[in-house]
Design a binder for this molecule. Structure first.
Ligand code: NAP
Ligand code: HSE
Length: 431
């Protein structure tokens, strides 16, 4: 049975919701031709009916009652753009129970509850599309699900959080202050409602869990994704990085080695010539290594009203086309491979510390590293202030667990005043 009108309900009308609405409105005629049916926005759920909106919307479309959408039998697609796990999760489950397709930008919900959502959608033969959940305006999800599904991905490296990339870029290029740039990112609509999710790496961890799930065809338990944010990165680390020919980025890493998978997020020193090192501002990038295609990079705006709104609109159109044609060509999560998580991670590390400025100190530190089988690639000493000196050590590729134990022992040495930072280094340590 074909349809000439596809009705949607939008839940959430903030940065992303207004962007998606505006794109559907502006391109109404062109989209009608593409789909063969008109997309009609039937209702929009908000919290506050009196709030000033970024785009014009007729008052009668707005509601504070979720059931105006969830119980409305005319609505085919529910577009969840509220954020957070609850009540968004309960609304999505109710929408699926009521046979509505889902579009969502909610990475936290997908990372924590995606399995349950996909299971119900699968049973009911309903679509769940989530392009906007990773990398805002960059069409990486569709590329993974519809093109790279025939390839075997080995490694996914992602700059998947726009806010932190914006902050690190401004700190590196303009010497800007962390707090000041974070305020700018909030004002531009990049940051999450609680920006701790951005700066402490939670948002990036959710996105990497989603990418790893669809890239490695497995269920990724968010609790097994390691996470560290950028709040501990100082201008000194950025300066040392520059001197060494490196750029600091918040990197999500998902890799499969010998059937075991590692997924994590942490600040990382990248050689300045690495394609990911040049990704600046709010832009995101995903760098993929796969068996057949080889190296592939996706790049573009990772957050913001219109780029993210476009990803949502494209998901709506995708489902609308299927409904209009009366057929079902829906995609499930395809997470059916059993893979173990890796418990041994190996990398090179940058370690910055403040130590006593006297003979024999370095020998003591090197001795501790030796005891834990951590070998050093190089040592730098730039700043001495009287009785103390700041040193930077670069390790060879080492086992992360051994490194952590070595650093704990080094912190306890009487010649070490403070260990400021330990940052993973991409590649072989030295360029
Ligand atoms: P936002 O600007 O804070 O908008 C959230 C909207 O949801 C608001 O309109 C709010 O209503 C409504 N809302 C929240 N809780 C509600 C509740 N309990 N009942 C009814 N309405 C409720 O958020 P956003 O930046 O658009 O983000 C939306 C989703 O997209 C999140 O999952 C986010 O992680 C994701 N995302 C955002 C971006 C981005 O660049 N911002 C990019 C990719 C993905 P009021 O307006 O009345 O307060
Ligand atoms: N807060 C997120 C970011 C929004 O900065 O990347 C896009 O998901």
């Amino acid at each position: 049975m074909t349809k000439d009108k596809i009705k949607i309900g939008i839940m959430g009308f903030g940065t992303v919701g207004t962007g998606a609405y505006e794109i559907l409105r502006k391109n109404e005629d062109a989209l009608k031709k593409q789909i063969g049916a008109a997309i009609i926005v039937e209702k929009i759920l908000v919290k506050d009916l009196n709030k000033k909106r970024a785009v014009f919307v007729p008052d009668e479309l707005l509601t504070t009652n979720a059931d105006d959408i969830l119980e409305n039998t005319e609505i085919d697609i529910v577009v969840e753009l509220m954020g957070g796990v609850e009540p968004a999760y309960s609304y999505i489950i109710k929408a699926l129970d009521n046979c509505k397709h889902i579009v969502t930008a909610n990475k936290e919900l997908l990372a924590k509850k995606g399995n349950a959502v996909f299971e119900i959608a699968d049973k009911k033969g309903l679509a769940v599309e989530f392009e906007a959940s990773v990398c805002g305006g960059v069409p990486v999800i569709k590329a993974f699900r519809r093109t790279l599904n025939t390839d075997r991905i080995n490694r996914i490296m992602g700059i998947v959080n726009g806010t932190t990339n914006y902050i690190l870029t401004k700190m590196a290029e303009e010497g800007s202050d962390y707090e000041e740039v974070l305020e700018e990112a909030k004002a531009k609509g990049y940051a999450e409602t609680d920006p701790t999710a951005d700066v402490e790496g939670y948002d990036a961890a959710y996105k990497m869990a989603i990418l790893a799930s669809i890239g490695f065809h497995m269920n990724v338990d968010i609790n097994k994704v390691s996470r560290e944010g950028i709040s501990n990165i100082s201008k000194r680390d950025i300066e040392y990085g520059k001197d060494l020919g490196w750029t600091i980025k918040l990197i999500g890493m998902a890799q499969e080695i010998d059937g075991k998978v590692e997924v994590g997020v942490s600040p990382m020193m990248l050689p300045a010539a690495h394609p990911m090192a040049t990704v600046g501002g709010v832009n995101n990038a995903v760098f993929v290594n796969s068996e057949s295609v080889g190296e592939l990079m996706f790049y573009g705006p990772g957050a913001g009203q219109m780029p993210t709104g476009n990803s949502v609109a494209s998901d709506i159109v995708e489902i609308a086309k299927q409904i209009a044609l009366g057929n079902k060509q829906l995609l499930d999560c395809d997470c059916n491979e059993n893979k173990e998580f890796m418990d041994e991670v190996h990398s090179c590390y940058y370690i910055r510390m403040d130590v006593e400025n006297r003979p024999g100190v370095f020998a003591k530190i090197a001795g501790v590293f030796g005891n834990f089988e951590v070998s050093l690639e190089s040592v730098l000493q730039k700043k001495t202030k009287g009785e103390s000196a700041e040193i930077v050590l670069i390790t060879s590729k080492v086992n992360e667990k051994s490194l952590k134990k070595a650093v704990d022992s080094i912190k306890a040495l009487d010649v070490v005043n403070q260990v400021f930072n330990v940052i993973r280094v991409e590649g072989n340590g030295m360029n």
